[in-house]
Design a binder for this molecule. Sequence first.
Ligand SMILES: [Zn+2]
Length: 206
Amino acid sequence: MSSGQSARARGLAGCHSCLLVMSIDTEHCPRCHARVHSRTPNSLQRTVALIVVACILYLPANLLPITNTVYLGSYAPSTIIGGVITLWQMGSYPIALVILIASVLVPVGKLVVLSYLCWAASRPQLANPRQCARLYRLTEFIGRWSMIDVFVVAILVALIKLGNIISFYPGFAALSFAAVVIITMIAAEQFDPRLIWDNLESNDHD
Ligand SMILES: [Zn+2]
């Protein structure tokens, strides 16, 4: 597989803010004064650290109640999975599926793919760069749907707030889940996809 030459191999770097191309030795972009670096500094370390934090926060997001329902004075906390099971038993299959996809498949899938990309970027001999690039585009695509679960909870709270008989409050898991989503987005942002292609270049030289 031939890769062509990267900007770095030609002694060039692009500004992250305004995309101006300049010499790799330039410290600050002459057009927008942003700091210029050929690759995001400590990209892999930062991404891995954020993935670990997101994984830790994912535990309370699933184990603690995401909603607290107060019905005629009795208190019923519900976790994400508990909510999915209840909705499924009530016959609300589409909503149960949307919540399952948004709260389990999307965040876990994104964390798994990002972890794999970090592993692949640090092991040039083993990874297939084109496959990694496809996976990176997939994380970008599914990332757009990351916040859907927080919206679903917000909509449920609005729908079920029927007054004094039954009340519906978001639980601590809602906060943890929002933190997982935001931290995963920052982790994906910190991952520099150009590292994938650096592998291809170093393989070509071998
Ligand atoms: Zn610039």
